[in-house]
Design a protein around this ligand. Structure first.
Ligand SMILES: C[S@@+](CC[C@H](N)C(=O)[O-])C[C@H]1O[C@@H](n2cnc3c(N)ncnc32)[C@H](O)[C@@H]1O
Length: 281
């Protein structure tokens, strides 16, 4: 079988399972199997595959057919300008979360040294990206999941900044170290009704611990806001990712806890997604 034939077969197979981008995912899987760039595959469509590669291809294709996200099958996902290793212990970094990076960088002047805390670091994509963009800053990354924290550590090594980040496996409720200039968090914020409505790719494969915000979706956002009041310096910044219907409740919680609202930003589909605030009391 040649590249062109296997791509066609793969695409048709994924279509049966209603995969959203069957063509792209098939190409990415073949690219992983034969360790060649997609462009190279498309320029050599008549090239024949080895039997062992056909077997591997079928194995990965079946995983995608069963709705496993492509980022877990490939083992990586690009976020901002960087590549992050991903596995089923971590939430796959989302394009919408790049908004947090864009907004947070505005509060981190180039060449200034700031102390940053990332609550619920997961793959580490937020804190690692911030430190790559602002090399004079230092970070702490906490997560309740030890497996997620290990992925974040591996990513920090991959980007050669493991010495700048302190990784701590702890529940935000128990974390006490304070005096941060800036706290950033994309906590799990999906409520139980919306959790049931998620695509199978997410619902059955990504870690529940990274998705579920309790029955109303606010359990972790509330914890992060209350804790940040204690952990931030006066005038310190809190940058939060929120669910698209959570703006009003979050603004209320922030006001009640002595935060001034700097900015509310919308994601790529025009939904409220990020709140930047300052601890003033
Ligand atoms: C939505 S994911 C965000 C991951 C990553 N920061 C990102 O933006 O892609 C939330 C993370 O918070 C962690 N988490 C959940 N509850 C926590 C808690 N009580 N304390 C600390 N981390 C928690 C989860 O394990 C998960 O890795």
């Amino acid at each position: 079988m040649n590249y062109s034939q296997i791509l066609k077969k793969g695409e048709n197979f994924l279509k049966k399972s209603k995969i959203k981008n069957p063509n792209l995912d098939t190409e990415l899987i073949l690219s992983k199997v034969i360790n060649k760039k997609r462009e190279e595959i498309l320029l050599n469509t008549n090239k024949k595959l080895k039997i062992k590669d056909i077997i591997k291809f079928k194995y990965y294709l079946l995983r995608r057919y069963q709705k496993e996200p492509i980022a877990y099958i490939l083992g990586y996902k690009y976020f901002w300008k960087f590549k992050f290793l991903t596995n089923k212990s971590v939430l796959i970094p989302r394009p919408d979360t790049e908004l947090i990076i864009e907004e947070t960088l505005k509060y981190l002047p180039v060449n200034k040294s700031k102390k940053i805390l990332d609550i619920g670091t997961g793959s580490g994509c937020i804190v690692i990206t911030l430190l790559k963009e602002r090399p004079n800053c230092r970070g702490t990354a906490i997560d309740i999941s030890l497996k997620a924290l290990n992925v974040a550590k591996t990513n920090a090594k991959l980007h050669q900044i493991e010495n700048k980040i302190n990784f701590i496996n702890i529940d935000i409720d128990k974390y006490k170290s304070n005096n941060y200039d800036l706290i950033v968090s994309n906590p799990p914020y999906i409520n139980s009704i919306e959790l049931n409505r998620l695509d199978d790719d997410i619902k059955f494969h990504e870690p529940m611990l990274a998705l579920s915000g309790g029955s109303d979706g606010f359990r972790n956002l509330k914890k992060v806001i209350i804790k940040s009041k204690k952990l931030l310096k006066i005038n310190g910044k809190l940058i939060l990712e929120i669910g698209y219907k959570q703006k009003n409740e979050c603004l209320k919680m922030l006001n009640e806890n002595g935060f001034y609202i700097n900015k509310i930003s919308k994601d790529l589909s025009g939904k409220d997604r990020c709140i930047a605030s300052t601890k003033i009391k």
